[in-house]
Design a protein around this ligand. Structure first.
Ligand code: ATP
Ligand code: MG
Length: 264
């Protein structure tokens, strides 16, 4: 089981859009995939058509220890993709967790106990570096960082990297950064090109080659309760997410085994 946290404490950079569409692409390749919505806003849940009334057990219950991951996981409209939805009470969890034992390891412990047979778990983090995101980073093998192509893109990244370093030292030495993905890329905007070049100059090969274009279909899809990949799989945004998922799979440690198997 490979666990990937999708994090950036900046709001609105494409975490949830990436989580939903990459999870869908991974499920389509036959990997049993779980998406955990760890954001009180619940956007990943809504985007997969799971409205408030359908959220029986949630990531809040998992963190508080009154539901297992397997009990909270539900089917999504995407074959092979399960979802642990988020409810609004998750916004209080940061405070409730402070009082609890092993507050940084709640999600990690819960995931280790899962018998759901998931190949890949994606965690959609909230826009903060609080206890929810820390729980995701402690549980994760890797971090996937969406970065919006705008002037302040690199600001805030150092704060994120400092947090990653701290998590490595104290809790999870194996935490890697699987990649940084440039999102909302607008070819007509010269600033975007400049920002993209700067980010690549600073971060090098950790940046995925695939960029996600600004594409209205990507923003329309959630209101239909579907991943863009299903809502309109031909649009430029969907095609970009398919390419990005392919790049991601190639970077996962397990892909070496898959490639070896394929060669046999
Ligand atoms: P938050 O920090 O609030 O959780 P987020 O980082 O999860 O936000 P998203 O919710 O994925 O970001 O995206 C923010 C908004 O931008 C949403 O309305 C989404 O539909 C839209 N959006 C995301 N990616 C694109 C894109 N490539 N093209 C156009 N719109 C996009
Ligand atoms: Mg989000």
């Amino acid at each position: 089981m490979t666990i990937i946290a999708i994090a950036n404490q900046k709001g609105g950079v494409g975490k949830t859009t990436s989580a939903i569409n990459i999870a869908t692409a991974l499920a389509a390749t036959g990997k049993k995939t779980l998406l955990i919505d760890l954001d009180p806003q619940g956007n990943a849940s809504t985007g997969l058509g799971v409205g408030q009334s359908l959220r029986v057990r949630s990531s809040y219950n998992v963190l508080l220890g009154n539901a297992s991951v397997d009990e909270a996981a539900m089917r999504s409209p995407v074959p092979g993709l399960d979802l642990v939805p988020a409810t609004q009470d998750l916004s209080g969890a940061e405070i409730e967790l402070v009082e609890m034992a092993e507050r940084t390891h709640r999600l990690d412990r819960a995931l280790r106990r899962s018998r759901g047979g998931y190949d890949i778990v994606l965690i959609d983090c909230p826009p903060s570096l609080g206890l929810l995101t820390i729980n995701a980073m402690v549980a994760a093998d890797s971090l996937f960082v969406p970065l919006q192509c705008e002037f302040f893109a690199l600001e805030g990244l150092s704060q994120l990297l400092t947090t990653v370093e701290r998590i490595r030292t104290r809790f999870n030495p194996g935490l890697s950064i699987v990649g940084v993905a440039l999102t909302m890329f607008d070819r007509r905007n010269r600033l975007t090109e400049q920002v993209s070049a700067d980010v690549r100059a600073v971060l090098g090969r950790v940046v995925f080659e695939t960029v996600i274009p600004r594409n209205v279909r990507l923003s329309e899809a959630p209101s239909h309760g579907l991943p863009a990949l299903i809502y309109d799989h031909r649009c430029a945004g969907s095609q970009a997410y398919i390419a990005l998922a392919r790049e991601l799979i190639a970077r996962l440690p397990a892909s070496a085994d898959i490639l070896a198997q394929a060669a046999e």
